[in-house]
Ligand binder design. Structure first.
Ligand code: NAP
Ligand code: ZN
Length: 352
């Protein structure tokens, strides 16, 4: 099927209109019309080749909500017209111990990323949700629960699951003291989800500018991470800290904030960090961990949890042709708190 979207053709070029073919349906494939796609900081990293493995052209987008247009002959759970969603993965081996546990994101043979990766069967490039249509293997399609606002659900597919998964892994619930470093797309979902799970939530932000926002999102307080006196007072006050900072940074100011056996989970920066001392780790039996997205079953659990608790991302709707401006604003941390592309704008006339 012929489709169109926006692609980065080089690391130093703005995204531009791009036409390409989606594969014919395999028996276990679901085809969908993309309705909304969230703009994740990972889209920007990969369009710019920040991680060093970008293969151009790149059609970004892994926070995708759509409507089923056609299903393969062996598809069991979806039919034409269903509202569905796709996140960061579109395939995995489904046979290794991790896949069998429902941790497809940790597949021993590497899960297939929604874009900037290769199809497991044909080796063709995968292209993401900054496009009109998508074809995905049934096992990697999520159901959007009834009652979840379609126009706001897309960011749950990456920002939502990436923060929900560590909250669940570290058993966050009433009585847990959770810190969230960086109030952006991931950070604001971490706040909403941790508060939804009953935790006491503190935002750690570089300035006090987002204090009112933090509280209205469900945080109990905002701690300015550059205020040494306030950081000193908060020592040993957290069970879990989720670090969403998207660039190389220093963990040392944050580690003393963890209580004994507390964990700082990195979900942001992929790559080097500033040099770190083991002192705060040893002295407080503290841990530093990392966490990538979440499994398919857990993603469905998160969507159902959000529908039940009416937890939705704060979205700023943009047109597809506004993506380059949105990337620039994201780079300046000027997003409150997630851009979502209305894919109907792709074919609609309007301002550029
Ligand atoms: P975002 O919306 O741009 O938010 C990042 C936040 O980090 C900003 O709002 C800002 O918060 C803070 N920040 C930005 N620049 C900073 C700097 N130079 N120093 C300190 N803090 C800074 O990004 P996002 O979409 O949430 O993504 C965050 C990171 O997570 C990205 O690197 C992305 O690639 C990664 N990610 C990882 C996974 C995973 O599976 N683990 C999944 C999705 C995304 P304040 O203004 O409050 O300080
Ligand atoms: Zn993402």
């Amino acid at each position: 099927m012929k489709t169109n979207g926006y692609a980065a053709l080089r690391c130093d070029a703005p995204l531009e209109p791009f036409s390409f073919e989606r594969r014919d349906l395999r028996p276990n494939d679901v085809a969908m019309e993309v309705l909304y796609t969230g703009v994740c900081h990972s889209d920007l990293h990969q369009a710019r080749n920040d991680w060093g493995w970008s293969q151009y052209p790149i059609v970004p987008g892994h926070e995708i909500v759509g409507r089923v247009t056609e299903v393969g002959t062996e598809v069991k759970h979806y039919k034409r017209g269903d509202h569905v969603a796709v996140g960061c993965m579109v395939d995995s081996c489904l046979a290794c111990d991790q896949c069998r546990k429902g941790e497809e994101q940790l597949c021993r043979f590497a899960c297939t990323q929604t874009y900037n990766d290769k199809d497991r069967i044909t080796g063709e490039p995968t292209y993401g949700g900054y496009s009109k249509h998508l074809v995905v293997r049934e096992e990697f399609v999520l159901r959007v629960p009834d009652g979840l606002d379609l126009s706001r659900a897309a960011p749950l597919l990456c920002a939502g699951i990436t923060t929900y998964s560590p909250l669940r892994k570290w058993n966050v619930g009433p009585g847990s003291r959770v810190g969230v470093i960086g109030l952006g797309g991931l950070g604001h979902m971490a706040v909403k989800l941790a508060a939804g799970l009953g935790a006491d939530v503190t935002v750690l932000s570089r300035t006090a500018d987002k204090e009112a926002d933090a509280r209205s999102l469900g945080a109990d307080r905002l701690l300015v991470s550059t205020d040494e006196a306030a950081m000193g007072k908060a020592m040993s006050g957290f069970d879990l800290i989720i670090d969403t900072v998207p660039v190389k940074h220093d963990l040392m100011p944050y580690l003393p904030l963890l209580d004994v056996d507390g964990t700082l989970v990195i979900v942001g920066q992929l790559g080097p960090l500033d040099e770190m001392s083991s002192l705060p780790l040893l002295m407080g039996r503290r841990r530093v961990a990392g966490s990538p997205i979440g499994g398919i079953a857990e993603t469905q659990e998160m969507l159902d949890f959000c529908a039940k608790k009416n937890i939705l991302p704060e979205c700023e709707m943009i047109r597809m042709d506004g993506i380059n401006g949105a990337f620039e604003r994201m780079e300046r941390a000027d997003v409150r708190y997630r851009f979502v592309i209305d894919m109907a704008s792709l074919d609609a006339p309007g301002a550029t």
